[in-house]
Design a protein around this ligand. Structure first.
Ligand code: KIV
Ligand code: ZN
Length: 387
């Protein structure tokens, strides 16, 4: 069976930029967009043009330079939002307007204080207006994760009839379980007339730590686009992490899906985004965390030194990391010490290693991590004692 390409829709510059305190200027946003294009993402959500003159300017500047990827601007189902998004995208080679409205009971009753009928009317009017400016219109049903499936299918069907080319099914509050989210996508695939002519998109938030699992459940059940951000940054607990979904699909060829992302650029881009947006990456973050390829317990180190695959399912080079690291701590064993000693030019015999290991443990108990310079010092002091 042929593998299916999954479109990667990056929203680092829109949903990602909603992280408090990480506002970028236009030049920084253009730089990030160029790197995302080089990474091979299919769609770049460049911003929310009505939100501020600066955001409008950034979307227009990105639209002018990005040539391969689709450039997308967000809007609410509000006339002035859609017209402003269209204006900001006039220079884009492949423009997309992303428009939509809340569809869950709580959004309809409390946030929008309206009725389900009015929601459908506004959704249809928004898609039609967007369609009068651009061919490619993505409709989002905000809080789809908590929306009744039958009503969601109805709204989506009307959006398709009005001209939507992509249906975005956001789990806005990160509430869904993977099976539940997957079943929602399957239900829409089976119950929305015209769905086979449009793309279904996942957009999962990470409030319960399930954004990646939910996005994968979505594509397993028929979604063909994943919305995500570099390092998973975004509103509250963040969005689906781009590097995670891309690597899940790569490491599981059994799913028969692939993306156009050049995975070797993931580590560099993660650092670049973290530095530019001033949002640190947690050390244990999957794929791009500082410890993602670091081994510190003796048992693991021994296994990795004998054969890397014992404790690593990803070759670090595949995501742009030079090599796995063996971190020396008081939990490390002789194998790790001998390995690191050899790397710094000291091949030890079994007896020498026994003597040296005792000294090493003393240093390791004093320090969190024993570095190469500590080993060099230990060599000097051991030689002096021997003389
Ligand atoms: O989480 C969400 O529902 C969104 C939409 C605006 C697409 O970000
Ligand atoms: Zn979102």
């Amino acid at each position: 069976m042929d593998r299916q390409k999954i479109q990667i829709f990056d929203t680092t510059l829109r949903d990602g930029e909603q992280v408090p305190g990480c506002k970028l200027n236009t030049k920084e946003k253009v730089d990030v967009a160029k790197r995302l294009e080089a990474l091979g993402v299919d769609v770049i959500e460049a911003g929310f043009p009505i939100s501020s003159p600066g955001d409008f300017e950034s979307v227009a500047a990105i639209a002018a330079v990005v040539k391969e990827a689709t450039v997308c601007g967000l809007s609410r189902a509000v006339e002035k939002d859609i017209i402003t998004a269209a204006d900001s995208l006039t220079g884009a080679k492949r423009p997309r307007i992303h428009t939509g409205i809340g569809t869950s009971e709580s959004h309809i009753k409390y946030k929008l204080q309206t009725t389900p009928e009015k929601i459908v009317e506004r959704a249809v009017a928004a898609v039609k207006l967007a369609k009068s400016f651009v061919e490619d219109v993505e409709f989002y049903a905000e809080d789809a994760g908590r929306t009744d499936n039958a009503f969601l299918a109805y709204v989506c069907e009307q959006a398709v009839k009005a001209g939507a080319t992509v249906l975005n099914i956001p789990d806005t509050t990160g509430y869904c379980l993977p099976e539940e989210y997957g079943a929602k996508i399957k239900y829409l695939k089976e119950n929305v007339k015209g769905v086979h002519n449009v793309a279904l998109s996942t957009h999962c938030h990470n409030d319960l730590g399930m954004a990646t699992a939910n996005s994968i459940a979505g594509v397993v059940n028929g979604a063909t686009q994943i919305e995500c951000t570099i390092n998973g940054i975004g509103e509250r607990a963040g969005n689906t992490a781009l590097e995670e979904v891309v690597m899940v699909l790569r490491q599981h060829p059994d799913l028969l899906k692939y993306t156009g992302v050049d995975t070797k650029q993931l580590n560099d881009l993660s650092r670049y985004v973290s530095d530019t947006m001033r949002v640190p990456v947690q050390p244990n973050k999957a794929i791009v965390g500082a410890n993602a390829f670091a081994h510190s317990s003796g048992i693991h180190q021994d296994g990795v030194i004998k054969k890397r695959e014992t404790y690593e399912i990803i070759d670090p080079k595949d995501v742009g990391v030079d090599h796995s690291s063996i971190v020396l701590t008081a939990r490390s064993g002789r194998a790790a010490l001998a390995y690191r000693m050899k790397n710094i030019g000291h091949e030890l015999t079994r007896d020498e290693l026994d003597v040296f290991y005792a000294g090493f443990l003393k240093v390791a108990d004093e320090k969190k991590e024993v570095k190469d310079e500590d080993l060099h010092q230990l060599v000097e002091s051991t030689v002096k004692v021997a003389v």
